[in-house]
Structure formats: C-alpha cells, structure tokens
Design a protein around this ligand. Structure first.
Ligand code: G6P
Length: 354
C-alpha cells in the first residue's frame, strides 16, 4: 500500500482528500460570522493590475483566477509562463502572481524572475513552503493542500481555485461578497457530497471505446473544460480536448461524431447556461453522447445521456465542484483502461528544466 490509505492510487486518495485540503486552505482566512476574508501573507503588494503566470494545471487555475478578478473590475490576465518569460507583455505597474503547486517549475520561475528583473512586485501562490518561488518572490501565499504524490494535479488545483477566490476578495474594493463567503464555507461539504454520490465510474464505463473526449464550458467553466481534458489525456492517454463552448461552431464541431462524448459543464439558469445548453443541443444533433456536469437548474440534463450532478452553489465555487466530477471521470476511465495513473508515461510531477 505504501501510504495510499487503502486507495488503489495516490490520485484517488488525493481526490478524496479535497474536503480536508480545502478546509485547511480556508482556515483562519474566512470569518463566517463577520463575513470577512483575510490573507496574512499578502503583505503590501499592489494588486491593481495582475498578471498570473503558470504552466499545466496551474495555468488553468490562473485562467480561472483571471476570470474571478476581472469580474471584480481588476485588470488581470493569465499567461503561459514560458511565453511570458520569452515574450513578456508590457508590465507597466502590474503585480505578477506565479501559480505553481511545486514552486519549482522552471518555466514559471523564469517568468517570475523576468518580472522581478523588470521591477514588478511578485507573489508566489504555491503549495510548497520554502520552494524556490516562495523564496524568490516578495510574498508567498500558501494553498495548504498537503503533499501531492500523483503526477496529475487534483487537490492542488482545487486549492489554487479556492485561494484565488480568497485573493480576489482581499484585493477587490468593498466588503467580501456574502454569497461567496457562504459558498466557501459549504465548499468542503459540497465536495464530500460529490465524492459520496458520484456516478462518474458508470459514465467512464459507458465511453471506454470513445475515439476522443471533448470538454466544453463558458466563463469560469472554460478553464474547467481545459483542465478536464488535460486530466483525461494525462492519465488515460486518450485524445481529449477542451473547448470554449462558444467556439464550437467556429471549428471543433467538425470533430464531433457519435463516438466523441462531450462533457458540458452547465451551471445555474442564466445567460451562460442557456447558451451552453444551446451548444449541447448542437452536439446532440450530431449524435454525440453528452455528459452534463450540472446543478440541475437548467434543462441541460434533458438533452444529456448522462448527468454528473453538483450541489447548487455560487457560480464561482460551482467551477470547483464541476472539476471534481471530471477528475473522477478521468480517473475511472484510466483505471478501467489499466493505465499507470500515478506516474503517466513521459510526464514528471515537477518540470525543472525549461
Ligand atoms: C508538470 C505536471 C503538471 C503540473 C505542471 C505545473 O507538467 O505534470 O501536473 O500542472 O507541471 O506544475 P506546478 O508545480 O508549477 O504547478
């Protein structure tokens, strides 16, 4: 067993550790009674303009974080770290946030070093105390997920998403959003509900012969689609792609067949949900099987072959919950295909060369 606590893989153990990891991330930072959010480590950096730099799964967290910050009127952009280091955009007075589980990824270190060289303030958003990035940046904000052994990031992605919500509330003007504070309070329990009730294994079983797996979402669920696809390709070695749902008709729709299941995240009953349900209908009309990851507030499940349910919550935390269902779908697909889940071929947990 060697530390897997009875789970077949570290990845599954770490997926199940998420409620605890998120509680740790929130501890002492969210005051439910007072409705306040505080992060001691943020020091006196100026967060009027933010560049988030990252690689892999952490890049998807960065895209999600840029969405959160932008919605609060803060100028924020996510960049691939390797691009940022080699072709840096105008930095002006931006503060650069390196998002990195390990704090040792060479590409991301190159980006934060370039930022420092150009005089920008830097923050390491990381899981690893004392990592190179934590030491080199002005401040370090720890996500407190605990050690992650599986090469494919799971609990640390949820930790990054949660920490980025905290960062957003701290740097936004005004008092923290009560809906979000209450959604964050419920988050560990909501993740536990998914872990207890998910039918992702049956969904995985249904599509083992798929030619490719597609993932779609809008807004905060676009990075969830990217991450869903990355997880699937990393551990199952099957072809998987994440698309912005709004881009489907501009190209990806040509790939959709009866043998390409489409995982669509649909949250709430607003404009984005309505449009994504429109996309679901488009792929359904091309005979593609649809798996709706949804809180049931739209009619997405009416057009879906399978539903992966998430508890009703704020749209920001819904994107964290939807990802947990996709982690499970990828895990069970890879397990049934007999893949090397904790150590996928050709991949390393931390890539320390550029
Ligand atoms: C490697 C891992 C990925 C990870 C990426 C960034 O490619 O295989 O799972 O997302 O590095 O790692 P970091 O430690 O910077 O978050």
């Amino acid at each position: 067993d060697t530390g897997k606590s009875g789970y077949d893989h570290f990845m599954l153990k770490e997926i199940h550790e998420q409620p605890r990891a998120l509680r740790q991330c929130l501890r002492g930072r969210v005051d439910e009674l007072g409705g306040t959010v505080s992060v001691e480590e943020l020091g006196d950096l100026d967060f009027d303009r933010i560049h988030l730099v990252a690689a892999g799964t952490s890049y998807h967290a960065a895209v999600y974080g840029a969405g959160l910050l932008s919605a609060e009127g803060i100028s924020a952009q996510a960049h691939y770290a390797h691009e940022y280091a080699s072709s840096p955009p105008p930095i002006e007075d931006a503060t650069v946030v390196g998002v990195s589980q390990s704090g040792e990824t060479a590409d991301t270190l190159a980006a934060t070093r370039e930022a420092r060289r150009r005089g920008a303030g830097t923050l390491a958003l990381t899981n690893t105390v004392g990592s190179t990035m934590a030491r080199e940046c002005d401040d370090a904000f720890y996500i407190r997920s605990g050690p992650e052994i599986g090469v494919a990031a799971t609990k640390t992605f949820a930790g990054q998403q949660t920490a980025l919500n905290l960062l957003t509330q701290v740097v936004a003007d005004g008092t923290p959003d009560r809906d979000l504070v209450s959604a964050l309070r419920d988050l560990p329990g909501d993740v536990q509900t998914i872990l207890d009730e998910s039918n992702a294994e049956a969904v995985a079983e249904a599509y083992l012969d798929a030619e490719a797996y597609f993932f779609i979402g809008r807004g905060l669920n676009f990075p969830v689609a990217l991450e869903g696809a990355l997880k699937m390709k990393e551990i199952s070695y099957e072809h998987a792609e994440g698309f912005a749902a709004g881009e489907l008709k501009h190209g990806p729709l040509a790939l959709v067949t009866a043998n390409t299941p489409v995982f669509a995240t649909v949250v709430g009953d607003g404009e984005l949900a309505r449009k994504t349900v429109g996309n679901v209908k488009e792929v359904e009309a091309r005979d593609a099987p649809v798996v709706a990851v949804t809180d049931g507030r739209s009619d997405a499940d009416r057009y879906a072959d399978h539903t992966l349910e998430i508890p009703e919550t704020d749209p920001r935390t819904a994107a964290i919950l939807a990802n947990v269902q996709l982690q499970l779908a990828s895990y069970h697909t890879a397990a049934k295909l007999g893949r090397s889940i904790d150590k996928p071929r050709n991949l390393a947990k931390s890539v320390t060369v550029e």
